[in-house]
Every structure is written in structure tokens, then in C-alpha cells.
Design a protein around this ligand. Sequence first.
Ligand SMILES: CC(C)(COP(=O)([O-])OP(=O)([O-])OC[C@H]1O[C@@H](n2cnc3c(N)ncnc32)[C@H](O)[C@@H]1OP(=O)([O-])[O-])[C@@H](O)C(=O)NCCC(=O)NCCSC(=O)C[C@@](C)(O)CC(=O)[O-]
Ligand SMILES: NC(=O)C1=CN([C@@H]2O[C@H](COP(=O)(O)OP(=O)(O)OC[C@H]3O[C@@H](n4cnc5c(N)ncnc54)[C@H](OP(=O)(O)O)[C@@H]3O)[C@@H](O)[C@H]2O)C=CC1
Length: 433
Amino acid sequence: MESLAQGVNSRLENMRNLSPAERLEKVAEAVGIDVATSSKLAGDALPVDLANGMIENVVGTFELPLGVATNFQINGKDYLVPMAVEEPSVVAAASFMAKLVRDCGGFQTSSTAPIMRAQIQILGLQDPYGARLQILSRKAELIEAANAKDPVLVGFGGGCKDVEVHVFPSSRRGPMVVVHLLVDVRDAMGANTVNTMAETVAPLIEELTGGTVRLRILSNLADLRLARARVELTEAALTTKAYDGRRVIEGIVDAYEFAAIDPYRAATHNKGIMNGIDPVVVATGNDWRAIEAGAHAYAARSGHYTSLTTWEIAANGNLVGTIEMPMALGLVGGATKTHPAAQAALKVLGVTSATELAEVTVSVGLAQNMAALRALATEGIQRGHMALHARNIAIGAGASGAEIDAVARELAANHDVRSARAQEILNRLRGEG
Ligand SMILES: CC(C)(COP(=O)([O-])OP(=O)([O-])OC[C@H]1O[C@@H](n2cnc3c(N)ncnc32)[C@H](O)[C@@H]1OP(=O)([O-])[O-])[C@@H](O)C(=O)NCCC(=O)NCCSC(=O)C[C@@](C)(O)CC(=O)[O-]
Ligand SMILES: NC(=O)C1=CN([C@@H]2O[C@H](COP(=O)(O)OP(=O)(O)OC[C@H]3O[C@@H](n4cnc5c(N)ncnc54)[C@H](OP(=O)(O)O)[C@@H]3O)[C@@H](O)[C@H]2O)C=CC1
């Protein structure tokens, strides 16, 4: 079931046995980017003078490993997914699950329009419900004032689309009214865009209500900007030498149920999802704090913190997994525009809109969750994870060059991945033991 949609085939074989330079060449060839672009992914892409323009008190830059997850096929289109992350086994696990999913038809995704909320807090009101209706009666005027501030966005079909008014009749500081501007931010993450609009309409709101406006800022609970992905896997696809596919499916669904009912487990389950999501967010120069805040607030929206994914058994016995969560990602603005490696990562992905990027990103989150649940429900997490973590342990013990893989191999083979053991192996290899 190989797809060469838009010329890209994400099923790159044998990646693990190549050198980083060979892998980059293979990726660049697969997605059709030039050397000038691909070289931005090889390291040293962010000169200090550029970094100095991005944040304050800059002293240098800080690097993370950049991997590329293979095998992703989403809505029939293949993607190679850049992931910037320090944790071993994450990229391997995402690639592995994407391989299983592509053999079962790939990921199916959808999303809402990219609507962000800006909040405007009003205090000093005796009649909060009366103020609410005053504001709603002038909705069109507020929308017009907000949109006058961003003709570029309006030109792209975005802009403020609606206004909501929420009343908190009794807070410790008296009645509070909170206006939400609902803004279609198109291909922006949207924070600066909606904050500007909120600050613009605040004087008009004070005039309308007689109250005092305090905060004017977006909400990171972007519950109107959702991205979704669905997978369906057969028993045969999940069968291994050691485990029957039916047993794997039952185990994954039991693991999901645990996360659905218990917040202690849900926190770890969702961390596993974010293992997939954050590296894509970082690699594309997006704001990962915003994504994390939105994810966990959404997981707790019912008052009970729960899983961001669902895992069920369909009538035909197949395993069905879904994810739906806020995904406020941008292709313009923020560091996506200034960081050369983020620009190159977006070219590797080949996405043409922020919603497409959001759908790819939640697909990686779903794949990552599936990898963790599959491992946890069968052999446990340590075999696959620790075998790859062994290289970190080897480096920590002082191994370098070819020593790293030699020490890691022995640690993993003996299922004894500890620093002291790594030191012993290293000493022996160096003839010092
Ligand atoms: C680690 C694997 C994938 C090994 O799994 P395996 O069965 O040893 O893999 P394999 O050697 O049979 O290879 C299968 C495919 O995996 C990929 N793959 C496999 N190895 C590599 C590698 N070295 N480099 C690159 N790709 C690799 C690759 O796509 C490969 O296909 P191929 O290309 O060969 O046709 C598996 O054990 C796994 O998925 N484990 C789960 C790992 C995981 O979830 N890690 C996240 C960190 S743990 C955590 O922080 C979260 C957690 C667990 O607490 C969340 C929760 O509790 O829910
Ligand atoms: N709580 C939070 O999450 C907060 C986050 N931030 C930060 O805000 C930044 C993101 O803000 P954001 O508003 O996205 O960034 P920008 O303001 O840099 O970019 C958005 C602007 O880009 C222009 N634009 C050009 N093409 C498009 C297009 N196709 N679609 C949409 N807009 C387009 C628009 O108008 P124009 O050309 O007129 O500018 C738009 O207003 C991030 O760095 C984030 O870290 C800031 C405050 C709080």
C-alpha cells in the first residue's frame, strides 16, 4: 500500500543504519529540497546575531537532536516529520507505529477552523447581566473595530467572527464580565493578532458598560481550534512473534480505560502523547508552552483530568484510536518565520496551511500514544526504550565515537542499562579494567 502522493514516499528503509549526513541526504531527496535548505537542518542554523534578535540577554544558542520520523501517511499523503527532542525511543516509536498504521490505511484527520479566543476582563460592574446584553447589542461594531486593526488577516479570510460574553456574578473582586473575541487567525498561531484586537476594543467596551477593563489577552484553552486524527488497525497488524494481536488490542484498550478514569495515569498517558507532539512543535519553531497549556486544560475541561485519546474495539474487532485536542500552530509569525531550521523543517513537512500542520502534529501524538500503550500492555516499556537509552548512558559514562554503540549494545543485550555497568564495559574496552 505505498503512496507517492505529491512525489514523497515517507517509507524510507534502513534509516537507522545510516549516518546523520546520509539520512539527511535521503530525506532531502525524498521531499525534494535543495542543499541550501537541507543544510539548515544539519546544525548551526541559528547564528548568534539572529538569536540575539529573537530573545533577550542572549549568550548563545542551545541545540537539541533533530530526528525525522518516517512512514507517516495522512489522508493518503506521505509526510516525513522533523522532531526536535532529547528523549531516546520517541522518533523510533512514532516511525514504528506510523508503519503499522500505513499498512492499515493510514491516518484520517480533520480539524475545525483556526479560531482563537481573546479574553477581555471587566470589573466594577453592579449589573453584569445588563452589561452583557449591552455588549452583545453592539457586537457588529466590536467586530468591525477589531478587524480594522488587521486588514492583512481579513484579506486572507480571517478576522474576528463572533463575540461571546461570560458572566461570573460573584468573584472575590465583585461581579466579573469576560468578553471573548472569537478570531479566525488563518495560518498564524494568533497570540499577537488577537491580543492586539483585544486591546483595540477595550476602550469601546469600557464606554459601553461603564466598567473597568483589566486583562486583554488570548486564552490558551483553544477549544474552538481542534485538530483530530483517527486510526484503525487490524488484529493481524498488531500480531508479533511474542504476542497475539487480539491480546495486544485488549491490552491497549485496558490501558486507555485506566487513563480515562484515573488522573494519575492520565497525566503519564498524556505525557506520552506530548512526546510526539512537542518535538514537532519545537522543530517548526512554534510555541510549545501554548500547546502544552492548551492540551492539559482541554484534558481537564469536564472537571476530571482525562486522556486526550480514545481507544476502542470496533464491531469488526479492529482497534480504533482517536485524538482530538487544541492545536494552535502557525506557519507565519513567531519563530517559525525567523528560525532557519524551523523554515527548513516546514519545507520537509510540505504543509501548506496551519491546519494541515496541526493535523500532522496530532497524528504524531496519536502514534506516540499507541507506541507507549502497545509496549506497556505487552512487554513493558523498558526493553525498547532502555535499549535506545543505553547510548545516552554510554555517553554519560564517557564513551565517544564507536565506543558509544559498542557499550550500548552490551548494556542492552544484558538488560542491565546502568551507568556503573557502562563504566565497567568502557574500562574493559579500553583495556583499563
Ligand atoms: C522502541 C521501539 C520502536 C522498538 O521496537 P522494536 O520492536 O525493537 O523495533 P524493530 O527493530 O522491529 O523496528 C520496527 C520499526 O521501528 C522503528 N525503529 C525501531 N528502532 C529504531 C531505531 N533505532 N532507529 C530508527 N527507527 C527505529 C523503524 O520504523 C522500524 O521499522 P523499519 O524501518 O526497520 O522497517 C518499541 O519498543 C516502542 O515503540 N517502544 C515504545 C517507546 C516509547 O513509547 N518511548 C517513549 C518514551 S517512554 C515515555 O516517556 C512515555 C510513557 C511510556 O511513560 C507514556 C505512557 O506511560 O503512556
Ligand atoms: N499566551 C500565549 O500563548 C502568548 C504567545 N505569544 C507569542 O505570540 C507569537 C505568535 O503570535 P502570532 O499572532 O501568530 O504572530 P505574528 O503577529 O507574528 O503573526 C500574525 C500576523 O501575521 C500576518 N499574516 C501574514 N500572513 C498570514 C496568514 N496566512 N494567516 C494569518 N496571518 C498572517 C497577519 O497580519 P499582519 O501582516 O498585519 O501582521 C497576522 O496578524 C508566538 O511567538 C507566541 O510565543 C505572545 C503572547 C502570549
